[in-house]
Design a protein around this ligand. Structure first.
Ligand code: HEM
Length: 139
């Protein structure tokens, strides 16, 4: 991702922040509509889960220009997702639900550049998380 794309995702995420609880709820509606079987994976409180997802995306955005710090955090997040029952293919479903939600939440502000920047960001995050499932867990 280039500097301009990083700025685009940061600016658009800031626009979603005031409606974060609604955006999180909308995201899970979109996700479970795309794949109802995923519902069974989520054991906890969904409002809380939504906050964690938005929080994690926010942290990733804050750390984008410090990849040496961000990448190990994302790898271990990916490794933690294996016992939750998450499979590689689920990342594409989640990515599509996220992009759909951003489009709904941002309306006209979701330009093709913004969409592209988010798609790239999610690609980097998900590829790094999946990479983390391939590594042996440190003793
Ligand atoms: C950008 C990608 C993702 C991010 C940033 C993310 C973030 C998180 C965070 C921060 C947690 C809290 C627990 C922890 O830190 O270990 C969590 C839990 C969880 N995530 Fe993700 N996640 C992502 C992708 C996915 C995908 C693709 C799935 C598949 C459906 C998924 C399913 C879950 C489940 C089932 C839990 C446990 C929740 C519970 O027990 O209720 N996540 N995720």
């Amino acid at each position: 991702m280039n500097t301009q794309q990083i700025q685009l995702v940061r600016d658009s995420f800031a626009l979603v922040q005031p409606i974060a609880p609604q955006a999180a709820a909308l995201f899970y509606d979109n996700l479970f509509e795309a794949d109802p079987q995923l519902r069974a994976l989520f054991k906890g409180n969904m409002a809380h889960q939504g906050e964690r997802l938005m929080g994690m995306i926010g942290s990733a955005l804050a750390l984008l220009d410090r990849p040496a710090t961000l990448l190990p955090v994302l790898r271990s997040l990916g490794a933690r997702h294996v016992p939750y029952g998450v499979q590689d293919a689920h990342y594409a479903t989640v990515g599509a639900a996220l992009i759909k939600t951003l489009g709904q939440g941002l309306g006209n502000a979701f330009t093709s550049e913004v969409r592209h920047a988010w798609t790239d960001l999610y690609g980097v995050i998900s590829a790094t998380m999946i990479e983390g499932t391939r590594e042996p867990v440190a003793a």
